[in-house]
Every structure is written in C-alpha cells, then in structure tokens.
Design a protein around this ligand. Structure first.
Ligand SMILES: C[S@@+](CC[C@H](N)C(=O)[O-])C[C@H]1O[C@@H](n2cnc3c(N)ncnc32)[C@H](O)[C@@H]1O
Length: 325
C-alpha cells in the first residue's frame, strides 16, 4: 500500500539491533503477524500474560472485553433465532469474578498508557458498571459515556422487553490533572457543524466488513473510526488488548495510525491478519474509506488528520527491549 494517506514508516533503522522487531521484553515472544510497514502488529496469546512482558506506552487504548453475556439466551440474526452464546471466553462470571477480571486487565492497560493517553471501553449493562467502577478505582477520570444507538438492531425474541439497541463506550483519561487530546473541530464538522453529542446513531456491522470471516462480536469500522479520529493524531500508537478480528487495527490503518492487538484465539488472530492483508489492495483500502461516512466528511476539511508527517523516531518502536534500545 503506497497511498499518501497511509502511514509511511521506515523501520529499517537500527534493525540489526532489534531482530525480530517485535521481540518482547523478557520472554522473547514472537509476534503472530506484523505488516510490512510495521503499523499493524498482532500477538496471539493471553493479554494477562503478554501485557506485562513489554515496555511501551500507547497514545490510546480501545478495548472490547468479554461482556459475559453468553448465558444460553436467544436472539435473532438474519431472520433466524440463534443462541446468544459467543464462546467460552464470554461465559457468565459471578459479579465478584467479573469485577476482579476488569480490575486486573484495566490495571495492566493503565501501565501501558501514556500519561496524556485515553482509554475507550465498550460494554452493555452486563459489564459496563463494573468497568466504570474499576476505572474510577484505578484513578482514571471518566470523560464521557457514549451511547452507541444502533440504527438497525436485531428484534427482541421474547417480546417481554424493549428491544436492546444500544451499547455503551466509556471514554476515560489516565490522569485527573493531565490534559487529553480531543479533535473538537473535526467532530463538530462531522456532525454538521454542531457539537458532537454523546449519543452516536451508527449502524451495526455491515456485510462488506465480514469478507474475511465472521467474529461473533465484531465491531463496525464506523464506530472505531469515530473513536480514533476524535482522540488521536496521525501516527498514534493504539493498543487493543482483546483484538478479536482486529477492527481497531483496520480502522487505525485506514486513518494513518499504528496498532498492536492481542488476541487469544488463533482463528480470530488469523481473521485480523487477513483483514489487514485485504486493505493492502489500494482499491479495497480506498473503497473501505469511502464506505465510512465520518471519513468521507472528514476528508473535505482536515486531510492532515490522516497523514503522519514526521518520521517515526526509532525509539517509538513498541517492542525494543530496554537492553536493546
Ligand atoms: C468482544 S470480542 C472483541 C471483538 C473485536 N472488537 C472485533 O471487532 O472483532 C473479545 C475478544 O477477546 C478475546 N479474549 C478474551 N479473553 C482474552 C484474553 N485473556 N486474552 C486475549 N484475548 C482474549 C476473545 O477471544 C474475543 O475475540
């Protein structure tokens, strides 16, 4: 991919001292996949084991953790009644187990966030209050709780409740007193020159986003694109500790940002890799960008919000070990 919009990074400097480039601190865990331009990196393994193994701080973290709602219920997909169960990783936990889980991974992520960095965490009522408590307990400052109102939610099967049509995405900064980045002007422009509100009317995942296989909880690129444009500058490093099919990574690269994802299931890591390879094709890359309304609107005002201008300093490599740097 040689498009001007894409992050053009020369990682060859100092390469001899950091072969392979994604050598991790201590255990030398090899990456599952690294794109040629090193702006898309995937680790296949447990986030609790891998996060403590390298020293690097990211500009932003997006996390779509297990919601723990695989409780044998049913929903409707494409007109068919299907189980809500997503996989073993999503099986219900007790409230205490869920709180412990959220506290542990958010604490590990906090160490990996720059002092002026922000974290976004998605959830439903099942887990979002536990996530909010963990954030507060760990000293984060909650900036917004975005409500993603799906414009095309699946119908409710039981007809005994309102249709579930929303997810919540908490946006928090690491430090109470350290300012964060928010591209206010761009968000306003995208919203028809009115301040962007914390209710986002965006569609659920579209068919064209599933060309490399299906992940049961894949997020749409339109949601991730808005998050990334709002809270990062071009060239930013973004971490996703529960990568799934790497929607975060694809949106990052469509917008000239860099990505590290961690995913435990190899089948999902492979899906992420295939998705990244898919956008190596420049016409696919351009057509994906054209399908994301926010990107189309942003393009006519702030083209610089997609282009990383400065060269990447070698110390920005995320996995140079202390002793190798
Ligand atoms: C909610 S999904 C993320 C979906 C993703 N946002 C996407 O768009 O494809 C959560 C993912 O976290 C993975 N996961 C769960 N526990 C994990 C762990 N301890 N370490 C790494 N990955 C984990 C699951 O395999 C699953 O793919």
């Amino acid at each position: 991919m040689s498009d001007a919009h894409f992050v053009d990074v020369d990682f060859n400097i100092n390469k001899a001292s950091c072969e392979p480039p994604l050598t991790l601190h201590q255990e030398k865990v090899l990456p599952y996949y690294t794109s040629k331009t090193h702006d898309f990196n995937l680790l296949n393994g447990d986030t609790f084991e891998l996060l403590p193994q390298f020293n690097f701080q990211f500009d932003m973290i997006f996390a779509d953790p297990p919601y723990f709602l695989s409780n044998n219920g049913f929903t409707i997909q494409n007109g068919k009644v299907v189980s809500v169960n997503k996989g073993d990783w999503d099986k219900g936990l007790s409230p205490k187990e869920m709180n412990d889980f959220n506290l542990r991974w958010i604490s590990l992520c906090r160490d990996k966030l720059k002092d002026n960095g922000t974290i976004w965490i998605s959830g439903t009522y099942h887990n979002i209050f536990s996530v909010a408590n963990a954030l507060t307990q760990l000293g984060f400052k909650i900036l917004n709780v975005v409500t993603w109102a799906k414009t095309n939610p699946p119908p409710n099967v039981s007809c005994r409740y309102f249709t579930y049509s929303t997810e919540f995405i908490i946006w928090a900064r690491k430090k109470e007193k350290v300012a964060h980045y928010y591209n206010y002007e761009l968000m306003k422009h995208i919203n028809g020159d009115k301040q962007m509100r914390d209710v986002w009317n965006l569609p659920a995942i579209a068919q064209w986003e599933k060309s490399c296989g299906k992940h049961p909880t894949q997020k749409p690129l339109c949601v991730l694109s808005r998050i990334i444009m709002a809270s990062t500058k071009p060239g930013a490093w973004i971490l996703d500790p529960f990568a799934g099919s790497s929607t975060t990574g694809i949106a990052s690269n469509l917008l000239g940002r860099r990505y590290l994802g961690i995913e435990r299931e190899e089948a999902f890591a492979l899906m992420g890799r295939k998705r990244r390879e898919e956008i190596e094709n420049i016409s696919t890359y351009k057509s994906f960008r054209r399908k994301i309304a926010d990107i189309v609107k942003a393009e006519d005002t702030q083209t610089e919000c997609f282009i990383m201008k400065e060269d990447l300093p070698v110390e920005d490599l995320p996995f140079l070990c202390d002793d190798e740097g």
